[in-house]
Design a binder for this molecule. Structure first.
Ligand code: 6PG
Length: 254
């Protein structure tokens, strides 16, 4: 597993724009090489500005969305209309700007009565999608980082951390809000990706980044420590506030 690249930007606005540029570059490369771009969007609040940048008149035309297949790397067990929905956030900020005939989006089917049933159904959708091309995997998985070191909905000391076979599983809520059941990608799925990109901004992310990248705290305590694409790259795009506890020698400044 390669060491992660830590890209630091002056502020969250620059971070979002650079991450959007990276998204476009990854998409173009995937489509050029394999004819399609399989990508999973992160939830939470950090990616909102990035998604709005992607939806801008300048950026939207830069990617062939008709060849892009968009999933969610985790979800709250709520309906899309619920303000806590990660898909709902992505729809409001980006996906609504894609014309319906050029929109291949796979939200987590949270209409199922339980998170476990929603996770099983989503895993079937993913398996069906990737079975069309043997050896296929995600070209890019976007993730966030919680102040407790969680990523996706892989929370500290949760059973989901030990999942070795399933691609998607359900999880009880972590200690951070919102306190709802979750559906999440597992390490086997995430670490099979060509590229994993973690977005982290703000001073609340400085401590978990230090714990993971410097102190070597393990994934039970800080689940983002379990990120490590076997045959791919891992990058953190962070702002100055989130980088405050990292040695400058570790950082790539944009
Ligand atoms: C979720 C997210 C979660 C998020 C982090 C960071 O469902 O909450 O997927 O993993 O990415 O908690 O959230 P913020 O970007 O809001 O800090």
């Amino acid at each position: 597993m390669q060491k992660p690249t830590i890209v630091v930007c002056p502020d969250v606005t620059t971070l979002s724009h650079k991450a959007a540029e990276r998204f476009i570059a990854s998409g173009k490369s995937a489509i050029a090489a394999r004819g399609q771009f399989a990508v999973a969007l992160a939830g939470g609040s950090t990616p909102e500005t990035m998604y709005a940048d992607l939806a801008s008149p300048e950026m939207l035309p830069q990617l062939d969305w008709s060849k892009s297949f968009i999933f969610m790397s985790d979800e709250r067990h709520v309906l899309p209309s619920d303000p806590r929905s990660n898909y709902g956030m992505a729809l409001r900020t980006l996906l609504c700007r894609l014309s319906p005939d050029k929109r291949h989006v796979f939200p987590v089917p949270t209409q199922h009565p339980t998170a476990a049933e929603a996770a099983a159904a989503y895993e079937r959708e993913l398996t069906d999608f990737f079975s069309a091309s043997p050896g296929a995997r995600f070209d890019l998985i976007l993730l966030g980082l919680g102040s407790d070191g969680h990523t996706a909905s892989l929370f500290p000391h949760s059973a989901a951390l030990n999942e070795k076979n399933r691609l998607v599983t359900d999880s009880p809520p972590g200690t951070l809000p919102p306190p709802v059941q979750r559906i999440t990608f597992t390490y086997p799925l995430i670490n099979a990706a060509r590229e994993v990109l973690v977005l982290a901004a703000g001073e609340a992310k400085a401590a978990p980044l230090r714990r993971i990248l410097v102190d070597g705290v393990g994934r039970e305590e800080c689940p983002a420590a379990g990120l490590g694409p076997r045959d791919g790259t891992l990058s953190y795009f962070i702002d100055n506030a989130a980088a405050a506890m990292l040695p400058s020698a570790m950082l790539t400044k944009l």
